[in-house]
Ligand binder design. Structure first.
Ligand code: ADP
Length: 455
């Protein structure tokens, strides 16, 4: 026969482990009879022949239900039940009393009082016995299940608590990081604003300085201009009166006095040249560019005609390759070529000067060069010579005011170009300068002319 616990719906899902059932009776035949009835429940049946033996079993094992005979010698069922209930572990273990029919109701109540949960009368009806025991088996299984669930629940709670703790820690870390971020953000903002303030202060200062510089530049130009004009008049007077003196004492002066007067005339002429050069230099700063389309070949011719005297005196040979049409300030460009060619002729070291002028198209600009076979320049002076009043030779050796190349630099830079020199002492120099093809309005200008000239 199939054990009934197996047919129970819960058992179909997960068969619970067999529970212990304690049967207590001093009559072995009664125990056998009980066993015969309960066997089919498929549980573990434990026999005890006395109350004492029953207590021993209870010390070692856990029982789902105790079937306890009331009428036993030495220690009857009531006494046994009382001792069982005294034990904390068995305070709630269900006890079913088995007693013979005909006992008084007082006895039954006494049984309930010492902890019975039910009462069965002998002779036992197997079906009633089985179904009552079955109820306690299920109760026990349910209790076990609940205990198991409780353990799991406690584990979940513990896990949850530790997760919670982790979360709290993470939260604290995040809050700290956020706080630090806010802090550094604030620092950055402060830094930024102080930086902005400093930049603003600096730019205001720079603007103020630029304004001051422009103002003092304008004042300086004005000063040079006015003083140059004012100097001219007394200078003219000196020259005129010296000439008058020369005429007055015509052939009457001794050679030394004649020589001294000559020095005065020469000195006055030098001052005159210096004033002229200074005036053109300062005028250049005050005047804005008037670009027009010019033939650079014609410009060179004009410069050469201004230099006729020095070309003839030195016997210079000036050659010129085809030069382009370009956009530039005519007067400035003449001055530029005049100074460069003039220097190329002047610094000849006693040789017959050979000067060659050429131009080459480069991307968006023209590259001009003026080459000579003169004395050349030491590399350490390549930049210095473009500064006003910078000269490398004594006036007796090579006359000049030291303004020419500074003027050239100013003119080239006004056209947004660059000027520089390449040279080897004793072998000659090449002065290069560039002029952009577009200096106004966006159209390209300049074409190379087709005739090569020797001048
Ligand atoms: P200046 O010709 O009046 O002396 P510049 O400004 O034109 O002044 O030239 C500055 C100096 O550069 C000159 O005194 C000279 O020493 C040097 N220099 C200029 N051009 C040449 C050249 N072609 N060859 C050698 N030296 C030159």
């Amino acid at each position: 026969m199939e054990p009934e616990t197996q047919t129970h719906p819960q058992a179909a899902e997960e068969k619970p482990a067999p529970v212990n059932i304690l049967m207590v009776d001093d009559e072995p035949a009664n125990l056998l009879a009980l066993e015969a009835v309960l066997e089919s429940l498929g549980q573990r049946l434990v026999r005890a022949g006395s109350g004492r033996e029953a207590l021993r079993h209870l010390m070692n094992e856990e029982f789902a239900v105790i079937l306890l005979d009331v009428a036993m010698p030495v220690m009857d069922g009531f006494e046994t039940a009382r001792l069982i209930r005294q034990r904390e572990k068995n305070r709630l273990t269900p006890i079913i009393f088995l007693t013979a029919v005909g006992r008084t109701e007082t006895e039954i109540f006494r049984g309930y009082k010492v902890g019975a949960v039910d009462y069965l009368l002998k002779p036992l009806v197997p079906e009633i016995l089985k179904s009552k025991v079955l109820v306690f088996i299920e109760l026990h299984n349910k209790t076990r299940q609940i205990q198991k669930l409780n353990v799991e629940l406690e584990r979940y709670v513990r896990e949850l608590e530790s997760a919670n703790l982790e979360l709290k820690k993470e939260n604290a870390v995040r809050r700290r990081a956020e706080q630090e971020l806010r802090h550094s953000d604030e620092k950055l903002r402060n830094l930024n604003s102080s930086l902005e303030q400093r930049v603003a202060e600096r730019s205001a200062l720079a603007e103020e300085r630029a304004r001051e510089l422009a103002r003092s530049n304008a004042e300086l130009q004005q000063f040079v201009h006015v003083s140059s004009h004012d100097l001219r008049e007394p200078l003219r007077m000196i020259t005129s009166f010296v000439q008058l003196l020369q005429r007055h004492f015509d052939h009457q002066l001794d050679p030394t006095s004649e020589e001294y007067l000559q020095y005065v005339v020469e000195g006055a002429r030098r001052i005159q040249r210096l004033i002229d050069d200074l005036l053109s230099y300062t005028r250049l700063g005050g005047r804005s560019l008037s670009p027009e389309t010019v033939q650079s070949g014609e410009i060179v011719q004009e410069a050469l005609s201004n230099l006729t005297l020095s070309i003839e005196e030195s016997g210079a040979q000036v050659t010129c390759e085809p030069l382009p049409e370009l956009e530039a300030d005519r007067t400035h460009l003449v001055l530029l070529f005049q100074n460069l060619i003039g220097n190329a002729i002047k610094f000849n070291g006693g040789k017959k000067p050979k000067v060659h002028i050429r131009a080459r198209a480069e991307m968006d600009q023209w590259l001009f060069s003026v080459e000579d076979n003169g004395i050349g320049i030491e590399p350490q002076y390549f930049e210095k010579i473009f500064v006003v009043f910078q000269r490398l030779h004594a006036r007796e050796e090579y006359p000049g005011t030291g303004i020419g190349l500074a003027l050239c630099k100013k003119i080239v830079e006004q056209h947004n170009g660059k000027i520089w020199v390449k040279s080897e002492p004793g072998k000659g120099s090449v002065f290069y300068f560039t002029i952009p093809k577009q200096i106004r309005g966006g159209q390209h200008v300049g074409q190379v002319g087709d005739e090569s000239k020797a001048v």
